[in-house]
Design a protein around this ligand. Structure first.
Ligand code: AMP
Length: 110
């Protein structure tokens, strides 16, 4: 399958990896929208949260919290975002959790 996050997960495309385990990978977003902007992605292809296994979803959120702690934004606060579909602004059709922090984030999103 021609999926950029599958290629990152299997090492075909390099990434700035910050965490990896048997189920998922976390790496820095190539176009950071905040001082800390990390993507947590499952290794097994899954197009979006609509198709995701419950255990995988729970694991991705636990890893999001872990990378937030390890990258110094847990205390000040951070945001986890899962864009889904066209109106949700999803541009890569492989499930991913954005972990954003390091500045005060506006709400609501645009
Ligand atoms: P979304 O728009 O929610 O689907 O998010 C996709 C994210 O993937 C965007 O923030 C992109 O900057 C990011 N992205 C795309 N290609 C890469 C890449 N090769 N390495 C790291 N991040 C990427």
């Amino acid at each position: 399958m021609d999926c950029i996050f599958c290629k990152i997960a299997n090492g075909e495309i390099p990434s700035a990896k910050v965490y990896e385990d048997e189920l998922c990978l976390a790496f820095k977003d190539i176009e950071p929208a905040a001082p800390v902007h990390i993507l947590v992605v499952p290794k097994a292809h899954c197009a979006s949260v609509l198709e995701a296994d419950e255990a995988v979803l729970g694991h991705l959120m636990a890893v999001a919290a872990k990378v937030a702690r390890e990258n110094g934004v847990a205390e000040a606060g951070f945001r986890c975002v899962v864009n889904t579909g066209a109106d949700g602004g999803q541009s890569v059709p492989h499930l991913h959790v954005h972990v954003l922090g390091g500045r005060s984030l506006a709400w609501p999103p645009g």
